[in-house]
Design a protein around this ligand. Structure first.
Ligand code: CP
Ligand code: NVA
Length: 307
C-alpha cells in the first residue's frame, strides 16, 4: 500500500487528475440522484484549520459524512498545535488515530513537514503558496460545462497568489495556455514562471489578456494574512476588476470563475456573479464532489479492505 499525499497538483499525474475530475462529476450525479454510497464507514478525517473557511470546511466535513465516515474539526485555539506542540509530533500522533488529514495553514513548508511525519494521506486545503483542492473543483466545473480544457486559453486576472500558482500547475497538468494579467509587483513567483514558461505567460494588459479566452478567473485582492495591505492593494488592483464587458472580449463560450468569497465592487463588478457566463455556484458546489473523489483516490487501498 503506497502512501500518497495531495500537497500540490504535481503530486498526481495528468491521467490521475483527469480521472479524478471525471469521478467527481459521477459523484455529483450520484449525490443529486439521492444515491447512498458509503465506502468510508468507520473512517475519520482530521481537519486542521489555521485560517478561516466556509466552503472548504463544509465540503470536507459533509463529504466525509456522505461517505459514511466522520470528520473532526481541529482549530489551533483548541488543540496543542496552538500552544507550540511541534508539527512533527502532532503529525505522528494525529495520523496514528485518523485515516486522512486535511490542513489549511500559512507557509507551505508546514504541510510538507506534516506529510513527512504522517502515516496517512495529507491534503493541502490552502497554504499561502497553493490551493490545489480549488483547482480540482474548477477543472471539474469547466469539464461539466464545456468538456476538455486541453488547448483552451485561461486568463488569470489579479494577484499572482496561491490560486494563481495552482492555475500555473494546472496549465501544465491539464494542457491549457494560461495568461496572467497581474499588476506590476504582484506577478507570480519568478521560479514558477520559469518552470511553467511553456504554458504560462504574463499579459499585464487585462483587455489583451481576455481576448479569445475560454475561462476567465480572478480572486480577492488581499488574501488571508494580507489584511493590512487591503487599501494599497485596492489602489493597485483597481484596473483589474472583472466585469461582463471584459468577458465580451473573450470567446463567445467563455465562463467566469472565482474561488469565493468574492468582493463585489472590488475584484468583480456588482453584476458579475449574476452574468449568465458566471459558473461560480457550480464551482463552489464542486468542492464537495471533487474532494470526495480525491479522498476516495487517496484511501483506495482502505476502501478495498472494507469491502
Ligand atoms: N474557496 C475557498 O477555499 O473558500 P473557503 O475559504 O470558504 O474555504
Ligand atoms: N487567495 C485567497 C483564497 C481564499 C479561498 C486566500 O488565500 O485568502
Amino acid at each position: 500500500m503506497s502512501l500518497r499525499h495531495f500537497l500540490t497538483l504535481s503530486d498526481l499525474t495528468k491521467q490521475e487528475l483527469e480521472n479524478l475530475i471525471k469521478r467527481g462529476s459521477v459523484l455529483r450525479k450520484m449525490q443529486h440522484a439521492g444515491e447512498i454510497y458509503q465506502p468510508f464507514v468507520g473512517r475519520t478525517l482530521g481537519m486542521i484549520f489555521e485560517k478561516s473557511s466556509t466552503r472548504t470546511r463544509i465540503s470536507f466535513e459533509t463529504g466525509m459524512g456522505q461517505f459514511g465516515g466522520s470528520a473532526i474539526f481541529l482549530s489551533p485555539n483548541d488543540t496543542q498545535l496552538g500552544r507550540g506542540e511541534p508539527l512533527e509530533d502532532s503529525a505522528r500522533v494525529i495520523s496514528s488515530m485518523v485515516d486522512i488529514i486535511m490542513i489549511r495553514t500559512f507557509g507551505h513548508e508546514k504541510v510538507e513537514t506534516f506529510a513527512e511525519y504522517s502515516s496517512v494521506p495529507i491534503i493541502n486545503a490552502l497554504t499561502d503558496e497553493f490551493h490545489p483542492c480549488q483547482l480540482l473543483a474548477d477543472m471539474q466545473t469547466y469539464y461539466e460545462h464545456h468538456g476538455s480544457i486541453e488547448n483552451k486559453i485561461v486568463t488569470w486576472v489579479g494577484d499572482g497568489n496561491n490560486m494563481c500558482a495552482s492555475y500555473m500547475q494546472a496549465a501544465n497538468q491539464f494542457g491549457f495556455e494560461l495568461r496572467v494579467a497581474a499588476p506590476y509587483g504582484f506577478e507570480p513567483d519568478p521560479k514558477l514562471m520559469e518552470r511553467f514558461s511553456h504554458c504560462v505567460s504574463l499579459v499585464p494588459n487585462v483587455q489583451d489578456a481576455a481576448k479569445d479566452s475560454n475561462l476567465i478567473v480572478t480572486d480577492v485582492w488581499a488574501s488571508m494574512g494580507q489584511e493590512s495591505e487591503q487599501s494599497t492593494r485596492a489602489r493597485r488592483f483597481a484596473p483589474y476588476q472583472v466585469t461582463p464587458s471584459l468577458l465580451d472580449k473573450a470567446d463567445p463560450d467563455v465562463v467566469f470563475m472565482h474561488c469565493l468569497p468574492a468582493h463585489r465592487g472590488e475584484e468583480i463588478s456588482h453584476d458579475m456573479l449574476d452574468d449568465p457566463r458566471s459558473v461560480v455556484w457550480d464551482e463552489a458546489e464542486n468542492r464537495l464532489h471533487a474532494q470526495k473523489a480525491l479522498m476516495e483516490f487517496l484511501l483506495k487501498d482502505k476502501i478495498k479492505l472494507s469491502h
